[in-house]
Ligand binder design. Structure first.
Ligand SMILES: *[C@@H]1O[C@H](CO)[C@@H](O)[C@H](O)[C@H]1NC(C)=O
Ligand SMILES: *[C@@H]1O[C@H](CO)[C@@H](O)[C@H](O)[C@H]1NC(C)=O
Ligand SMILES: *[C@@H]1O[C@H](CO)[C@@H](O)[C@H](O)[C@H]1NC(C)=O
Ligand SMILES: *[C@@H]1O[C@H](CO)[C@@H](O)[C@H](O)[C@H]1NC(C)=O
Ligand SMILES: *[C@@H]1O[C@H](CO)[C@@H](O)[C@H](O)[C@H]1NC(C)=O
Ligand SMILES: *[C@@H]1O[C@H](CO)[C@@H](O)[C@H](O)[C@H]1NC(C)=O
Ligand SMILES: *[C@@H]1O[C@H](CO)[C@@H](O)[C@H](O)[C@H]1NC(C)=O
Ligand SMILES: CC(=O)N[C@H]1CO[C@H](CO)[C@@H](O)[C@@H]1O
Length: 379
């Protein structure tokens, strides 16, 4: 879906800035119930207002040792504490800070991220809200990021941010990352770029950006597609005009509370010994199985034949992704049964498949179309 980004950017730039008091009543009440503080600054009418959802993670992590970067408690500090560490935002924006949840990455799931998406959409629909920021654990940040990217229909900036070092560590990266994320969400030039991921001075697209290293600060990358921009201090700097991912689908999740269960299985030598895992996945209710295939979605031939037979028989969707960490899978070809994940890595492909199954049911053609977003010449 192509949005009219340039027009929206102009419209946003001219939007009246607003104060928390100007929000529709139900959002003001939800805000009060969510955090029970006033905005973190004086509601300066000449600054834009953004909504900030804290979800936990390392950025909100705490440890008694200033050198601990493992084994600390993630999701220990609240939104107010995180914002208090960045007093500079007082000159950037009015913040509606909401403690959505406060957990480590691995406790996030699609029930929560769909709710988060709907909450963000509701705030963005208000002319008084300029953009949205979400802070999140980094381990599954990319999964929440693509959920937001595929389900929020707004040209306003949506930014997801995390940190690699807990707030209590020497050289904690969270406060500066948060300041940059907030600046980005108030920046008119950030409109129409889909959901963005920012850490370590970089701005990436939620669709492609992935975590590449469990510890280093410079971990979020899209090797093939690159970054959208970076920061000079807290000021965003984009390399290109807004360019949405080609034909990126949008899913209307208004009526969904849960999504169809999708399992990811991994390819390796000797996987023929693990054919029972396919049946186990189907028996546990999977409506789709994504394979993190070797190379171009490959599997052992015996395993692959079983995958195909068992899934066809049970009307379970099969998506071939790649375990290589980059590049795109070739499509299976018209009339094929295996759906190609194209450029989505297995965990992102799982979210796409869940949303697609929830929207179209078991319809291979329709599902492949959603995955073909960045492969427009096929099908
Ligand atoms: C998020 O949405 C839920 C369900 O509609 C609602 O109960 C809650 O108040 C919302 N939270 C905020 C902060 O708007
Ligand atoms: C906000 O900006 C003013 C004017 O430039 C400056 O004096 C003040 O220190 C700034 N506040 C913070 C918290 O950075
Ligand atoms: C409001 O923000 C503007 C722009 O940063 C600044 O010039 C002004 O001093 C602020 N007003 C108050 C009351 O802080
Ligand atoms: C996600 O977590 C919430 C809160 O713990 C829980 O209520 C919900 O059932 C979980 N959803 C899934 C799909 O696990
Ligand atoms: C999304 O779906 C709901 C019904 O579930 C419908 O009321 C709404 O109009 C749809 N939104 C858009 C933008 O199509
Ligand atoms: C095929 O599916 C039916 C139910 O639709 C099931 O009873 C049967 O065991 C399945 N066969 C195989 C080989 O999985
Ligand atoms: C499956 O999806 C295709 C493409 O969206 C559509 O043309 C077709 O009618 C759908 N089939 C069924 C049975 O709904
Ligand atoms: C999260 C929280 O503590 N919410 C409370 C905020 O204040 C209102 C009004 O006093 C309460 O109803 C909420 O429970």
């Amino acid at each position: 879906m192509l949005f009219t980004s340039v027009i929206a950017a102009v419209a946003l730039a001219g939007a009246a800035s607003a104060r928390v008091e100007d929000l529709p009543r139900h959002l003001r009440l939800a805000y009060r119930d969510a955090i029970n503080t006033t905005a973190t600054n004086g509601n300066n009418a000449s600054l834009p207002t953004i909504v900030y959802f804290g979800t936990g993670g390392t950025i909100a992590g705490s440890d008694s040792s200033a050198t601990a970067v493992t084994g600390y408690q993630a999701g220990a500090l609240g939104v107010q504490t995180l914002l208090d560490a960045v007093p500079e935002i007082i000159n950037v924006t009015n913040i509606i800070g909401i403690q959505f949840t406060n957990v480590a990455s691995d406790e996030m799931n699609t029930t929560l991220t769909m709710q988060l998406s709907r909450n963000i959409s509701e705030y963005l629909a208000s002319p008084d809200v300029f953009g949205a920021v979400v802070s999140h654990g980094t381990d599954t940040l990319e999964e929440t990021a693509i959920m937001l990217d595929l389900t929020i229909k707004s040209d306003k900036p949506v930014v997801i941010v995390g940190a690699m070092r807990p707030a209590t560590a020497i050289s904690a990266d969270g406060p500066y990352n948060l300041l940059q994320a907030i600046s980005l969400a108030t920046y008119a030039g950030a409109a129409g770029r889909g959901t963005m991921v920012t850490l370590n001075d970089r701005i990436g697209s939620a669709f492609y950006t992935t975590k590449t290293n469990p510890r280093s600060l410079d971990t979020f990358k899209a090797y093939e597609q690159g970054y959208l921009g970076n920061f000079v201090g807290a000021t965003p700097r984009f390399w290109y005009e807004p360019a949405p991912v080609l034909n990126k689908p949008w899913f209307n999740i208004t009526g969904f509370t849960t999504l169809p269960h999708v399992t990811i299985l991994y390819a390796y030598e000797d996987m023929n010994l693990d054919i029972p895992l396919i049946s186990a996945a189907i028996a546990s209710g999977a409506k789709g199985i994504v394979v993190a295939g070797s190379g171009d979605g490959g599997t052992d031939s015996t395993w692959g034949a079983a995958w195909s037979a068992l899934c066809k028989n049970a009307s379970v969707a099969m998506v071939a992704a790649t375990r290589t960490g980059d590049g795109s899978d070739a499509p299976d070809g018209p009339g094929g049964y295996t759906i190609s994940a194209n450029s989505l890595n297995p965990e992102k492909a799982k979210i796409m498949l869940q949303l697609s199954l929830a929207t179209h049911g078991y319809n291979i053609t329709a599902i492949q179309k959603d995955f073909d977003s960045d492969y427009p010449t096929f099908g």
